[in-house]
Design a protein around this ligand. Structure first.
Ligand code: GRF
Length: 205
């Protein structure tokens, strides 16, 4: 079976992107990373991708003003040019419209630094500490129009320890993320994880 062609969308440092690039180096990995797109020209991840020999593109959302549709059409043009099969959001900080999400339905993943359906949205580590949870973690899920709500592909947890700060907890969760995302992408690329229609928009598990 031919390897799935994957694009990673980033906005920042790209450590999850690097974990995916690293995993995809293995000969038996069912996906290859063919493109990294950033919506921010200054994203540190761009240089990391280039250093790994991956094609990069910048689709700067500020150039489109409030025209979200035009921004997404530009993204889509890049994805089509590289004949992309699957899209991985990795710290991509733009909310996508139902049009774009629909276009990539069942073929777009996101990683979220919490055990969904807990702590959707931003500042997950701070909120987990404030809530006093004993377990926290990361989730890879299919993207649906509602934020952080699509069918779950993979999830893993870490303990919240006495004296944890946002930073120490974030570091522990990030290690999980770097293992989890490559595993989840493998499962999707091999066709072992598909979004079940009835689960779309609801949290699994
Ligand atoms: C990660 O914590 C990811 O879960 C969240 O944004 C962060 C991105 O970090 N969506 P990086 O750019 O992959 O290092």
């Amino acid at each position: 079976m031919s390897r799935k062609r994957v694009a990673i969308l980033i906005s920042g440092r790209g450590s999850n992107m690097s974990a995916l690039i690293e995993a995809a180096r293995a000969e038996d990995y069912p996906a290859e990373i063919v493109l990294v797109i950033s919506n921010r020209p200054e994203a540190a991840g761009l240089a990391r991708a280039q250093a790994s020999g991956i094609a990069t593109a910048i689709v700067d959302h500020t150039r489109f003003g409030s025209d979200r549709a035009a921004f997404e059409r530009a993204l889509n043009t890049e994805l089509q040019a590289y004949r992309v099969d699957l899209v991985c959001l990795a710290g991509f900080m733009r909310i996508l419209t139902p049009w774009f999400v629909g276009r990539w339905s069942g073929r777009m993943l996101n990683i979220h630094p919490a055990l969904l359906p807990q702590f959707k949205g931003l500042d997950t580590h701070r909120r987990a500490l404030a809530a006093g949870v004993k377990q926290h973690g990361a989730t890879v899920h299919f993207v649906v129009p509602e934020m952080d709500s699509g069918p779950i592909v993979a999830q893993d947890w870490v303990p919240v320890l006495e004296g944890d700060t946002e930073q120490t907890l974030a570091r522990r969760v990030l290690e999980v993320e770097h293992r989890l995302y490559p595993q989840a992408l493998r499962a999707v690329a091999e066709g072992r994880a598909t979004p079940i229609a009835s689960a779309a928009g609801k949290s699994a598990g």
